[in-house]
Design a protein around this ligand. Structure first.
Ligand code: GLC
Length: 437
């Protein structure tokens, strides 16, 4: 079975746990039209201020979030401590641009960390390397004021070194004031991009090497993603399903696909697809469950995002999906936790995951009566449906007795599973195959 090489942080728990919650929450939740709204609409700091002044999450009870995550089967949670707009959820000593100065009047990160830890969920912090509020962050092609000539003139002496100092100071706060942090998710580098002669930013700008060194001293085992442009523990593709195990330089790596419920990370009120914007359509629970299975079948983790509302709640559509996933996980998590890509080739419309001598066949499309598995006749000792532990009969083929005219595909090495006609009443049925040792 494929296994990635070791990395500076500790990833054992991470690759075991497989399923996490992403939270994008900040003052963009007030605008409620994507966390990039400041960029998309080229909003100035002055105009954006209204979201700061009206951020009042009076319904924020992180215990409720943690319970929903736990019931969904999520084992870790990563929250945006600061997103690209520069707004901070915690009481950073290095800025006034933080939750304590909004109508929220309190640090919103500490209660989150406490509530999730209490549920036994590991803690991840997302931190945006990009900052569209900081006065020393040089204007570039993704800055909201990228086309504002007057603004750019005034900002021409901005010093990225001073910004980097701020960034390092904030990360130090995050690594020292919230107890043990399990994941640190940086976002993101774009040094290869250029816009109207303005270069993107990356490793040199963030002083990533120094940054990583500091973090490793403070929190040696933390799982760090690759978006500082210094490879650490984790690769994080987003908004698509990789076609197989993610490789870098020809080697399999630890990876986590980042997915949304509805195309937007931050709360998006009108993301019903009603504007004909298919990108912002909601995914069904079944699709999300299949994405999780597909991910683990390729040796990866999936982190699924919820964008809470400005008042601090998960909206009903999000809760409904989490609860559907949880219902499936309650019966099937054995095929997810601790499982990985199998060495066996999966038949069409199925996904295999494997954990030791247990092989899990996920049936994406329920067929009539039979599933034929090539070259497995002598490999399996017992089979059962995972949702109710009921036996699935196995048929082997004696080609001398059988009419080989039935199908060219069936031969003496074929193992045939005999299914009930009706699909079990679960989103994705799974057959657990016990392999011979
Ligand atoms: C990004 C986006 C963003 C989101 C993130 C999640 O690169 O800029 O808004 O936070 O990916 O992975």
């Amino acid at each position: 079975m494929l296994k990635p090489g070791s990395t500076p942080g500790k990833t054992d728990w991470f690759v075991h746990d497989r399923f996490g919650l992403f939270i994008h929450w900040g003052i963009y939740s007030v605008a409620a039209r994507h966390e990039w709204v400041k960029n998309y609409e080229k909003i100035t700091d002055e105009e954006y201020r209204k979201y700061f002044d009206h951020f009042d999450p009076d319904l924020y009870v992180p215990e409720v979030w943690a319970k929903a995550a736990k019931d969904a089967g999520m084992k870790y949670a990563v929250i945006t401590t600061k997103h690209h707009d520069g707004f901070c959820l915690w009481d950073s000593k290095l800025t006034d641009y933080k939750a304590t100065n909004t109508p929220a009047k309190r640090d919103l990160l500490t209660p989150f960390v406490e509530a999730f830890r209490k549920e036994g969920i590991k803690i991840g912090l997302y931190y945006s390397l990009i900052d569209w509020h900081h006065p020393e962050f040089p204007i570039d092609g993704i800055h909201p004021q990228r086309d504002d000539e007057e603004f750019k003139k005034q900002a021409k002496d901005r010093d990225i070194k001073k910004y980097a100092e701020y960034l390092h100071g904030q990360v130090r706060e995050l690594m020292t004031q919230f107890g043990k942090i399990d994941v640190l998710f940086f976002d993101f580098s774009y040094s290869q991009q250029e816009y109207l002669g303005m270069k993107g930013k990356g490793r040199e700008d963030w002083q990533s090497e120094k940054l990583i060194k500091m973090i490793r001293e403070l929190m040696p085992d933390v799982v760090i993603n690759n978006r500082t442009e210094i490879p650490q523990d984790l690769y994080t593709p987003e908004q698509f399903q990789p076609s197989g195990w993610v490789h870098m330089d020809g080697k399999p790596v630890v990876w986590e696909v980042c997915q949304t419920l509805n195309g937007s990370w931050g709360y998006h009120r009108d993301s019903s697809g009603s504007f004909g914007d298919n990108y912002l359509a909601w995914k069904s629970s079944e699709m999300l469950i299949k994405m999780l299975i597909d991910t683990v079948s390729k040796g990866g983790n999936m982190i699924l995002n919820v964008g809470p509302t400005a008042r601090g709640e998960f909206e009903p559509k999000a809760l409904e999906r989490l609860s559907d996933i949880g219902e499936w996980m309650k019966l099937h998590s054995r095929s997810i936790y601790g499982a990985t890509q199998s060495e066996f080739k999966t038949p069409q419309d199925h996904r295999f995951t494997q954990n030791g001598n247990r092989l899990y066949l996920h049936i994406f499309s329920w067929p009539f009566k039979h599933i034929h598995l090539d070259n497995m006749a002598d490999k399996v000792e017992y089979a059962q449906l995972l949702n109710d532990g009921s036996e699935i009969k196995i048929e082997k083929h004696n080609m001398e007795k059988e009419h080989s005219s039935m199908s060219e595909k069936i031969n003496s090495k074929t193992l045939t599973l005999v299914l009930p006609v009706q699909k079990p009443d679960v989103a994705v049925p799974v057959i657990e195959l016990f392999l011979k040792q």
